[in-house]
Write a protein that binds this ligand. Structure first.
Ligand SMILES: NC(=O)c1ccc[n+]([C@@H]2O[C@H](COP(=O)([O-])OP(=O)(O)OC[C@H]3O[C@@H](n4cnc5c(N)ncnc54)[C@H](O)[C@@H]3O)[C@@H](O)[C@H]2O)c1
Length: 246
């Protein structure tokens, strides 16, 4: 269980759901982890996992600087960043007012930009590093009335490729994980609004169930480990074959 030995990884949105699953999987594989969340529960979760918890709004001021400085102070370096915190809302373009647009872009796109921009110089100092952006299959297979979400995540997919190309030669890798339907609080909140939606979405994949946060954690470990040193700018779809079917 030491595929990430020597790695120091910051995970955003780690108090629950996919972020928590990723942080736990990284720790299990020997990494030091810094868990960041706006929800103060992150400190308890960090204690349970054996990492450092930081209560921060990823869209705020110099939160990225604070997280990177904490990682370096606690563990000496930062070698990994998982941009996971995100939001989804039901809205087409006409239902998207400026406020929803701005809030979605701030969390799903501006924060990964800022956090990557702050982390990369320290990763270069450490001799290289890996960024994983948590996107969604909806960025390419658009779900109706998810306008600001799918636009923001499709920008994130392109950010992954741009960072991979610009910094690959200097030892920075950047990859995307695009989950299908994963059993989290966000997913529960979303499907609870529409009777039958949960079952409908499960029926669209070929596992016959929701994905688990541990399964997304395993995908993140793979991309953050040195096993995948030649894997850069890639989108890893983890969706139980939902999007390969007609
Ligand atoms: N659950 C799914 O089925 C699914 C599918 C595809 C993609 N995703 C993506 O995975 C990521 C995580 O989703 P989830 O289902 O685990 O969500 P979740 O809502 O269960 O967890 C998100 C976490 O992010 C935190 N967060 C929100 N705003 C924040 C902020 N400003 N600063 C710091 N932390 C903040 C929340 O407090 C929460 O702990 C998101 O980017 C989402 O788009 C999820």
């Amino acid at each position: 269980m030491s595929r990430l030995k020597g790695k120091v990884i910051v995970v955003t949105g780690a108090a629950t759901g996919i972020g928590r699953g990723i942080a736990a999987a990284c720790k299990e594989q020997g990494a030091e982890v810094v868990l960041v969340d706006i929800n103060p529960d992150v400190e308890t979760v960090a204690g349970e996992i054996g990492g450092t918890g930081l209560v921060l709004d990823v869209t705020a001021g110099d939160s990225a600087e604070e997280a990177v400085e904490t990682a370096i102070r606690e563990y000496g370096v930062i070698t990994g960043l998982v941009n996971n915190a995100g939001r989804v809302d039901e809205a087409d373009i006409l239902e998207t007012d400026d406020d929803l647009w701005t809030r979605t872009m701030a969390l799903n796109l501006d924060a990964p930009y800022r956090w990557s921009r702050v982390a990369i110089p320290s990763m270069l100092d450490a001799g290289g590093g890996a960024i994983v952006n948590i996107s969604t299959i909806e960025a390419t297979h658009v779900r109706p009335r998810h306008f600001p979400y799918v636009v923001s995540k499709s920008g994130l997919n392109c950010m992954t490729r741009a960072i991979a190309v610009d910094f690959g030669r200097q030892g920075i890798r950047c990859n995307t994980i695009s989950p299908g339907s994963v059993d989290t609080e966000m997913y529960e909140r979303y499907t609870a609004q529409y009777p039958g939606l949960r079952e409908h979405l499960i029926g669209l994949n070929y596992a016959g169930r929701l994905g688990t946060t541990a399964e997304i954690g395993a995908a993140a470990v793979y991309l953050l480990s040195d096993e995948t040193r030649f894997l850069n700018g890639h989108e890893l779809v983890v969706d139980g074959a939902r999007t390969v079917a007609t």
